[in-house]
Write a protein that binds this ligand. Structure first.
Ligand code: F6R
Length: 608
């Protein structure tokens, strides 16, 4: 995710900003920039890594004792220098760096353009600089920022400098973290404590709805209704490594725990205000072609492929669309029947997976409409497809995909609703039901995450197993495959994912008391059949870990149970997969393995 750094004090600001940006490199970024206040706001930005920014800085003289900096991980607008932060208003009087998403940026941008403002970037963030400039007519500083933020819908961690107030930094937080570091006659601002830990451990953590003016003299805090806020300075005792993982032991765990927030980010601004329509701006340009298509082919690898399999059920149920899901690595060796009325959707976290890219190129050669569901903005899949939707899941550092997978399921749901409405196969009422249930998912995920200790106990009970079967039916079958993949990757337990119905066609021969099965058995339309599969396992002495929404229905059939909240059948995968990620993680720990460093694996597979 993007990183913010700021400094005001007696030292030169630039070295502090550069060290802060370097300390946040682990978060992933595609461009970086700084702005220092001397006689005016001087800004330098570069596409690429901090090394590239340093090269640019060699041609400038950025002297000054206050400044702001940013590493950008693109969400709106490709990763290039023009879209890198800081952003300035028309007259270079306001500079901002921003983390988060401004949902209503398009309407604000149009309004500002009509009033004569010119925009230099494609970002949502730039509107903030212009809005603050406008509001400065009513008084600068916090007043202007406060008035500007009243007009904004979305999330922000915002750091602002004003030409007229060169020795003050202004900060505001809504849904995106910010911390103020307190030094002796100097202050720091960062989105991530690890950025400023080399300088100070004394920190003020902002809460949502808080604004502050930060100068050498002190910190003036207030909230959005302009009442002053008193806050304690806290002593932050984590070491840098722990701070990077948000205090968690591993990136994999940090990313699993982040998931409620990830679903919110993936849906933000993508459901209309009434809650009955999916709004996917990334598909609007190809809306006419989408109306014409008669078949959807989904391609992806690994977890992305399994997300596609869930997508198949979703698109068929909600959009009435014929769907096939293909392993991208096999797609090109076949002779896929593709016409101009076929859409090919590539799912890829990195957007750089070689097989997925080749599949898209094959589809293009055959004149299909190509779509991307990609996390990394500006990546090859995003560039080479005709249209698409970004995950907005933030950078995924853990090698085993967790939050990106959940975000893929979330967006596939939105895409199915969108297509269903476009094709007239989904009523407003039915769409509203799905979207309302989707809205509940972050809280439901949170309750599962609170259950981590009991999942750890299960991992400890089974830590010596050498084999394991994961079973599910209908929407849960792809979750069984994904769960087995997670278990294999990080714990090296041999795990197989099967649909329940297939079990009796072969794998059941493996079952005995040393070969446990994890059965995904929420109370859904196929529950009775799944229960029969459990009976079959038991009859052969197999141990069962049940993942259920209703303990009463299965407690007599299993040794261990993981309970998840009930939601609509089509959304249940978003909940059943969470304990499976935790189980794989806890199993890795129980077996003394580092889940962030699975052997033989790379985060992004850019070779065929
Ligand atoms: C599994 C995992 C991989 C990826 C696969 C595709 O935990 O991470 O199976 O899902 O390599 O990667 P992307 O989504 O980057 O195309």
């Amino acid at each position: 995710m993007c990183g913010i750094i700021g400094y005001v004090g007696k030292k030169q600001a630039l070295p502090v900003l550069m060290e802060g940006l370097t300390n946040m490199e682990y978060r992933g970024y595609d461009s970086a920039g700084v702005c220092v206040s001397k006689e005016g706001l001087i800004r330098v930005r570069a596409q690429g890594n901090i090394g590239k920014l340093k090269e640019q800085l060699a041609q400038h003289n950025l002297q000054g004792t206050s400044g702001i900096g940013h590493t950008r991980w693109a969400t709106h607008g490709i990763p290039d220098e023009g879209n890198a932060h800081p952003h300035l208003d028309c007259h270079g009087s306001v500079a901002i760096v921003h983390n988060g998403i401004i949902e209503n940026y398009q309407e604000l941008r149009e309004e500002l353009k009509a009033a004569g403002h010119t925009f230099d970037s494609q970002t949502d963030s730039e509107v903030l600089a212009h809005l603050i400039e406008v509001e400065c007519e009513h008084g600068s500083g916090l007043t202007a920022i406060h008035r500007a933020l009243k007009r904004v819908r979305g999330t922000y961690g915002l750091l602002v400098m004003m030409k007229d107030l060169p020795q003050t930094l202004f900060v505001a937080r809504m849904g995106s973290p910010l911390v103020i570091g307190v030094g002796s006659q100097e202050h720091y601002v960062a989105s991530d404590p690890s950025a400023i830990l080399p300088y100070t451990r004394d920190m003020i953590f902002l809460d949502d709805g808080e604004l502050a003016a930060v100068s050498v003299e002190g910190v003036g805090l207030m909230n959005l209704d302009q009442t002053p806020v008193n806050k304690q300075v806290e002593r932050f005792m984590w070491e840098v490594e722990a701070a990077k993982k948000n205090g968690q032991a591993h990136f994999m765990l940090k990313e699993i725990l982040e998931q409620p927030h990830v679903i919110e980010n993936s849906t933000r601004g993508r459901i209309d205000l009434i809650g009955t329509r999916a709004v996917l701006g990334g598909l609007s340009e190809v809306q006419d072609r989408l109306q014409e298509i008669d078949r959807l082919i989904i391609v992806g690898c690994g977890s992305a492929y399994y997300a596609g399999l869930v997508g198949e059920y979703l698109f068929e149920e909600l959009a009435g669309m014929p769907v096939e899901v293909e392993l991208a690595s096999e797609f090109r060796y076949r002779k896929p029947i593709i016409s101009t009325r076929t859409a090919v959707l590539a799912i890829s976290q990195s957007g750089e997976t070689a097989d997925t890219l080749e599949a898209i190129r094959e589809a293009k050669r055959k004149h299909a409409l190509t779509l991307g569901l990609v996390n990394v903005v500006g990546s090859s899949v995003a560039r080479e497809t005709d249209a698409g939707v970004y995950n907005h899941a933030g950078p995924e550092v853990g090698v085993a995909s967790t939050k990106a997978f959940l975000s893929q399921l979330t967006i596939l749901t939105l895409m199915s609703v969108y297509l269903g409405q476009l094709r007239g196969t989904l009523s407003e009422r039915a769409a509203g039901e799905v979207l309302a249930a989707l809205y509940e998912i972050p809280d439901q995920v949170e309750t599962i995450l609170h259950n981590r200790a009991s999942i750890r106990d299960i991992a400890l009970t089974y830590q010596d197993m050498t084999n394991c079967l994961f079973l599910g039916r209908k929407y849960q079958a792809p979750i069984a495959y994904e769960s087995a993949l997670k278990m294999k990757e990080v714990s090296y337990v041999h795990a197989e994912g099967y649909s329940c119905g297939e079990m009796k066609h072969g794998p059941i021969a493996l079952i005995d008391k040393s070969f446990p099965s994890v059965v995904l058995c929420p109370e859904d339309s196929v529950f009775e059949k799944t229960r029969s599969s459990m009976e079959e396992l038991r009859a052969r002495g197999g141990k069962i870990i049940a993942v259920t929404t209703n303990p009463d229905l299965v407690s007599h059939l299993c040794e261990d149970m993981i309970v998840v909240p009930q939601t609509l059948e089509c959304l249940q995968p978003l909940l059943t997969v969470i304990p499976m990620q935790l189980l794989a993680y806890e199993m890795a720990l129980a077996r003394n393995l580092d889940p962030d460093r699975p052997r033989n694996l790379a985060k992004s597979v850019t070779v065929e």
